[in-house]
Design a binder for this molecule. Structure first.
Ligand code: AMP
Length: 188
């Protein structure tokens, strides 16, 4: 069977920019999870297999040959990350909130706007020098992404880059990832 080429930022038909696909499958939920926050809900994207397929292939095509494993950040990064890993034919590693992983872990704590959070990854998740693509749904302040990249490097992995579907540009999260290869599909 012939393999249909899928151009960068194009869907399967090759006519629609994937940024527009994301924009059309995104919902704003005001005041969630707390007053003043506009939650970017990508569940409409997940429920549309054509749109989701376009997004997954777009990410995979960008990193093919440059990522030996995909890491997804709990929880929505798991959904995208597992699909992209499958598309790339590589393994998937979950980066989880503290206390969720059953085996020995590395842990890092980082500051949130109010309070702090801790994330963990299994100590044996990566081979030394393995190149990892880190995925999440939203890049907001960048604290979670930056902490994840630093955590993975402590395990001996090499962070090939970070990618999110949506970037909240006004929070300047990409500044926290300065010097890293970074891609987001839709900046709002
Ligand atoms: P950050 O501020 O970049 O550390 O974001 C923390 C986490 O919360 C990320 O994993 C995002 O997926 C999620 N997040 C932050 N802000 C939003 C938002 N407005 N809508 C949806 N998810 C968000």
């Amino acid at each position: 069977m012939a393999v249909e080429p899928v151009g960068r930022s194009r869907d399967r038909a090759g006519t629609t920019d994937v940024t527009d696909v994301v924009r059309r499958h995104l919902r704003d939920i005001p005041d969630f999870p707390e007053p003043g926050v506009v939650f970017k809900d990508f569940t409409p994207l997940l429920s549309d297999p054509t749109a989701m397929g376009a997004v997954v292939r777009d990410v995979a095509d960008r990193w093919r040959g440059n990522a030996e494993v995909v890491a997804g950040i709990e929880a929505r990064g798991f959904i995208l990350g597992a699909a992209v890993a499958y598309e790339l034919g590589v393994g998937f590693v979950p980066v989880r909130k503290a206390g969720k992983l059953p085996g020995p872990t590395h842990r890092t704590e980082y500051d949130l706007e109010y309070g702090s959070a801790a994330i963990e990854v299994h100590t044996d998740a990566f081979a030394a020098g393995e190149r990892v693509l880190v995925l999440d749904d939203v890049l907001a302040t960048g604290g979670t992404a930056a902490a994840t990249c630093a955590l993975l490097e402590r395990t001996g992995a090499v962070v090939a880059g970070f990618e999110a579907v949506i970037e909240l540009g006004f929070l300047h999260g990409r500044d926290r990832l300065h010097g890293r290869r970074l891609h987001t599909m839709l900046v709002v």
